[in-house]
Design a protein around this ligand. Structure first.
Ligand code: NAD
Ligand code: UD2
Length: 310
């Protein structure tokens, strides 16, 4: 049966893939996005089942109108840059925390139950790094971004207990894929490296390149988020999203180099202040709660990102 879903942040990287997937299944989608980072061109121009509201999740009245009549919500709108939250905690708090609270209230008002929420590995701070991080690892939000994500989780849990909301909370590790915006120095490393390799521009590695990340292709994430949306019984605890795989930046560069038949100059600079050395998800809870998607290996994901066939 066709349903109506609200996707906040639907004009962004992950959100636009979620919108595509829901439309492809025959559903109707309403997007709420203030276009601060997202772009209307990430969305289909002429699908009659797609409604677009240019508005802010920090605006309670706008959120209430957007939630009204929806069957469920996918809440992805946020200022996704950790550095932006360090530079401007007050403004990012409006998007990253108040936005979530407005979603909770609007869902209570309009009796909407299910919400998929994008949290982040940032809630763990530096704790547990060096080994696969499980969900029980002590939380240590080191930035306003991480504090807002963790507070959002707590409020979603309050609305679950008090008002019967059904939050499906996912803590993303490093997501990559087409439409990830490479334009800021704090954009995802894969979007930056691939764009620079494509343009033949020098690549900067912060540190020795031996730091590792658990890279997860966006299409695989979208399969999980849809399960969070449609599953009968949602798990009340937050789940990590990662493959429990460590890829170093050097390995990443090697993979990109193989696809391009070489790399531009690579410069090794000082590590970024506060950079996490190793980030890798223990995904036992994810495997228990959800059917794991078939893994898109890093190199295949890079091919799709670069629009290369095969
Ligand atoms: P993105 O910047 O591409 O998408 C975020 C979208 O939210 C953008 O379209 C932006 O315009 C919109 N937005 C921002 N503030 C808004 C506001 N106040 N009102 C309405 N819309 C607003 O980033 P993304 O990578 O697609 O991130 C999606 C979600 O996933 C975010 O919540 C982010 O924190 C989370 N996340 C992403 C990653 C990752 O690896 N990309 C990792 C952890 C968590
Ligand atoms: C990711 C998320 C962040 C937060 C955090 C939680 C992104 C973009 N950021 O930060 O939101 O959830 O995880 O732990 O997904 N690097 C370079 N050269 C560059 C750019 C980056 O060497 O041009 C390095 C960077 O110093 C880091 C690694 O690449 O060591 C990954 O950087 P990132 O910004 O993609 O992601 P991360 O893990 O710092």
């Amino acid at each position: 049966m066709s349903k109506l879903f609200l996707v906040t942040g639907g004009a962004g990287f992950i959100g636009s893939h979620m919108v595509d997937a829901l439309l492809a299944k025959g559903h109707a989608v309403r997007v709420l996005d203030n276009l601060s980072m997202g772009n209307r061109s990430n969305l289909p121009a002429d699908n009659p089942r797609l409604q677009f509201i240019e508005g802010d999740v920090a605006d309670a009245a706008c959120v209430s109108a957007a939630v009204e009549g929806c069957d469920a919500v996918v809440h992805l709108a946020a200022v996704a840059s950790v550095q932006a939250s360090v530079d401007d905690p007050v403004s990012t708090h409006q998007s990253n925390f108040v936005g979530t609270l407005n979603i909770c209230e609007a869902m209570r008002e309009h009796r909407v139950k299910r919400v998929v929420f994008a949290s982040s590995a940032a809630v763990y701070g530096n704790n547990g790094a060096g080994q696969p991080i499980d969900e029980n690892t002590a939380k240590s939000p080191l930035t306003p971004y991480a504090s807002d994500k963790l507070s959002s989780e707590y409020y979603l849990d309050f609305y679950r207990r008090q008002h019967g909301l059904e939050p499906a909370v996912f803590r993303f590790f490093n997501i990559f894929g087409p439409r990830q915006d490479p334009s800021s120095p704090y954009s995802g490393v894969i979007s930056i490296f691939t764009q620079r390799a494509q343009q033949g521009l020098p690549i900067s590695v912060f540190g020795d390149g031996e730091q590792t990340r658990d890279f997860f292709f966006v299409a695989d994430l979208i399969e999980l988020l849809q399960q969070g949306l449609f599953t009968e019984q949602v798990v009340s605890d937050a789940v990590n999203v990662g493959w429990n795989q460590a890829t170093s930046l050097k390995q990443l560069l090697e993979a990109i180099g193989e696809l391009f038949g070489g790399l531009p100059a690579v410069t090794y600079l000082e590590p970024r202040a506060g950079d996490i050395r190793h980030s890798r998800a223990n995904n036992d809870r994810l495997k228990q709660a959800y059917r794991m998607p078939q893994e898109t290996p890093l190199k295949e994901g890079l091919r799709q990102l670069l629009g290369l066939a095969g």
